[in-house]
Design a protein around this ligand. Sequence first.
Ligand code: FDP
Length: 323
Amino acid sequence: MAQIKTLAEFITERQHEFTYATGELSQLLTSFRLAAKIVNREVNKAGLAEDILGAQGTDNVQGEAQQKLDVYANDMFIRMLRSQGEVCAVASEENDDIVHFDNGGRYVVAMDPLDGSSNIDVNVSIGTIFSIYRRISTGPKATMEDFMQPGTAQVAAGYIVYGSSTMLVYTTGHGVNGFTLDPSIGTFCLSHPNITTPADGLYYSVNEGNSTDFSQGVKTYIENCKKSKTGARYIGSLVADFHRNLLKGGIYLYPATAKSPKGKLRLLYEANPLAMIVEQAGGSATDGGTRILDLKPSELHQRCPLFIGSKNMVEGVMRTLAS
Ligand code: FDP
C-alpha cells in the first residue's frame, strides 16, 4: 500500500523552510486546515440544510448579497485564526474593516472565506483563498500598513477548493503542494506534490458575457485563442477556474469592464495569494501592465484586473495588450 502523508505531517516535515520560528507556520496553517474541514462539512450539506442555504439578508462591503455560508465560513476561519494565537488581525472580504484579535500575534491574514458564492446553491465548486503576511507595524494593534504590503511580502498563501473532492493547496515560497481531504478519515492527505503548471495551456477562462466592455487588446487575445482552437472553460468561481488551469494549463482573465472599471477581483485576498501560488508553480500573473505581486496596495478591498495562469499564455496576453 502506498504511504499516506497527512497535511499535518507534511507541514512539520517542511517547516524548516519557513524563515521565521518553525512552530508558527504549523499554527497558522492548522487554523486553515481545521476551519476548512468544518466549512467543507457545511458546504456539502448546503443542498439539504435550509437554514444554511440562501441569502442572509445583509450586504457585504462590496454591496454583494451575503449568502449564509459566506457568513458561516467567515466566522469559522476568524474563530480558528483567533484561537491559534499567531495572527493578530484579519482582513476579510466579508468585513468592512480590519478585525483585531488584540493578542500580540506576529502575522496578519487577508482572506476571502467563501469565493464564488453565487455558485453555492447550484452545487458548483466554491473556495477559500488566504494570504499570510508578517506584521510590520510595532504599536499595540496591527494597522493598515500591515495589509498594504506588496504580494512579494507574503510568507504563505493558499486556497481550498470545495469541489467533487475538497483540496487544500498552499505555498510558503518553496513550491506548491496540494492535499485532498479523505472524508472517510477526515484528513487532508498529500495528493499533488510539487505542482508545476504547464507553460503552454490548453484553456482560457473568461466571462465572455462582458466582452463588449473589454479593451481591444483583450478582445484580440480572445479572438486569437479561438483561432488557435484553445478550449474555453468558465466555472464562475475563481478558485475552481484557477485550480483547473493550474493543473491542466490555461489562463484566467478578469479584465476591467464598464461595471468594474478597475477589475472585479480583490488584490489582497484573491489576486495576490493566487499570484504567489502560480509563480511558485512556474506560471505568471499580471494586471495587464504590472506583475500582480509588485502592486502596492492602497485600500483593503482594492480591485485589480487579473490575467493569471500558464507563463506563455500570460506573456501572450501581455504582448497583445502592448501592441
Ligand atoms: P462571486 O461574485 O460569485 O463571489 O470573487 C468574485 C467572483 O465570484 C469569482 O469567484 C468569480 O470568478 C467571479 O466573481 C465571477 O464573476 P462574474 O459573475 O462577473 O463572471
